[in-house]
Write a protein that binds this ligand. Sequence first.
Ligand SMILES: [Zn+2]
Length: 517
Amino acid sequence: MTPKKSGKLAAVLLALGVTAVVVADSAWKTVSQHRSPYHSSANLPGGEPLTRRAVLIVLDGVRVDAARDMRSLQELERRGFGGTLTTILPSLSRPARATLVTGARPEVHGVMTNGAHQPPPIPSLFSAARATGVHTAVAGDSSWARAFPDQIDAVQEFDKELHASPTRDAGPILEWQKQVCDAMVPFLQQQSSGLLVAGVTAPDAAGHDFGGRSELYAEVVQAADACVSRIIGALDDGETTFLITSDHGHIDHRGQGGHGGTEPEVTTVPFVLAGKGVHSGGQPLDAVQASQLDVAPTLAALLGLPLPALAEGRPLELLLDLTDQQNAELRARSDQQQALMRQLLPDPGSTAASERIGRLTVSSTIAMALLGMAGLALFRIDAPWMRRLLAVLTFLLVYAALFWALGLQYSLSAVVREEYLNSFFLRNAAAAAVAFVAAALWTPRSPLWLGLLLQGLLGLRVARTYYRFGLFLETYLPNLDASFRSYLDLLAMAAIGAAACLFALTLRLRAGRTRVS
Ligand SMILES: [Zn+2]
């Protein structure tokens, strides 16, 4: 190929790479910059309170298997109920916390990531309590007060970026959790009624740094257990209800944790409910299988607050100690709220189906164009057919091997920590670029056509995902695993484009040198 021709082809590869990055970036922005379009000013009725004080203890990043070893939870569930909740997606702390007090999904409350601080415009337990004169207090990190500004009566904040690695020493985390607990317990004791939220956050840091099955993580969970025991011991006066859960779990991948994705160990979290207003008698763990969406309606029922208008979940009325009349009244309030919610929110099933039909034309046009491009490139590669085939196989094998070796996975959880996001993406791009160079050894006379072929194949996979699940947040979140894979495919396309340009440049320089000599 002449240098001039190769320059043009390299420009095409680069343009495709840039387009891929733009698509990936705008897909991510539809999620991260999503603002809830919903609101409700409906005046739903409250009910008779079943308890004077409800304490929601939000553990951060505690898996179900780790929670089974927490004495505080075992003792509490013997007096009430234990089980598990399914979390919302993405399985991140701030979206989950907003869900715990609104009963709504992130698409509805608008807190999509840990970087989002846009207050949910929809009704929450805090706004309902404010409207009905019920006291609220939060002891936790600053995300609570930022998400619900001017809605919480008493706030005690503690923020710290906890990191244990590289020392692999849980000591600082343990010490910090104890200090927080020392301050938190008397603060909570001062709040004699209403809704109290307590964040016990140390396990998350250990989960990230050591993984959800590590001994160090288990050690920090034990420290959290001690703190939960102290909170219960200080507040348990026979007139108080306790609901304990976790915002998400943690994976354990080669000694590191992470969350955000759809793994069962991340999206299944412990749940314990006991105390005033709750049936007693003790239930085995796993007796209750509910959703994170049910927590806010259940707490609203306990405190006699209006059910949050856009809550998708329902009060767990079977767990509550209700007279027949109270039961009927709560059921009627819940039916009324659910009917209102369905009026205000689009139906997920039919919305997904109609959005998919809407994507058909664009995705099939893109797929045809990419197919044509890949076909053209395949024919233009100046090498025997066997070598063309081997080149594609080499790319796939080397990319997969490096993907594995560099600890990458098609899941947000595998990023480990949010600040490692760029490094995660760079490792993926590097793997794709190296795999491309290795594949090009089979087709040394036309590396650029090979690059175009590989870009086309990756692009086809993205187009297929776009049609099936969507890449952009339209009304509801696209399939998280599929869109994350597409995100990495798009970055791989960009890496191939960049590597191909370097090839073209080398060709040009070599040609220039040949002319000079
Ligand atoms: Zn975390």
